[in-house]
Design a protein around this ligand. Sequence first.
Ligand code: DO4
Ligand code: MG
Length: 299
Amino acid sequence: MRIIRFVNNHSAVVLGALTDQGDIYSLPHSDFMELVNQAESTGVTALKLVENSIAGTDPIRERLDELELLVPIVAPEVWASGVTYEKSRDARNYETTNGKNDEHTCYDKVYDAERPELFLKSTAARTIGPNTPVYLRNDSNWQIPEPEVGIVITKEGRIVGYTIGNDMSCRDIEGENPLYLPQAKIWKHSCAIGPAIRLAETVEDPYDFQLTCRIFRDDQLVVEGTANTAQLKRRFEELVSFLIRDNEIFEGTVLLTGTSIVPPNEFTLKENDYIEIEISSIGVLANPVKVQVPSEKVM
Ligand code: DO4
Ligand code: MG
């Protein structure tokens, strides 16, 4: 069972349940965390609460691809993990050593360290949902999407759902100096999540999510890569345990868990590219790529 948010025919924002058969039901909850909290306070699982809510009701007429989808949760903050896969360590080493890969870097160290790399990636206002453009920075010449599993957590750090995230990144800015990380990671529309949240209790094995990323240019597939969460160096609970240490985390925070799909080193995103990130049993997060128009630029 997956949870979505969409705009209905009356222009109202609705929380929806998307069944594994593709049927969509409107839910009476204002948002995903209200559903999770109501389930907890009434002593049932979120899945049971959803099943009870939709029992005896009809699905809406539209299918998923006919809906105006929104972020499945308005996450107050999106955090991200870095260098949790070998592939990311190697890519970071490549960009920070100008392709020489002959030095022991901070990325080797963090891959092996007990403490993971965690950073603040986005806030609600910067995070976009499916089909909305991700933006390119105007001061970078090497930009890529980072397809990642996103975990949705309560303020206590309980994992209640899994979604798809795109941690848009500037390889040249981070490669120039790791202290530039916030600029390499955070700008307007640099983080996309969605289209759905799979309820955690319905995921049999979170270390067997299959990820695929496709990038299209002029309707041609120009990049395709795959990965599996079996390759993840750390456990999801381990990442969360470091995130909540002496920290205040808000209900419905999303934690991106790192990338293991890196486009070829010579690739950079261009305006009008189209990115699809698919994760098995969650869905496909699709976003066009745009350059910010001057009036939208943050001054
Ligand atoms: O230090 C860089 C962050 C790397 C990252 O975002 C990732 O591994 O996904
Ligand atoms: Mg990342």
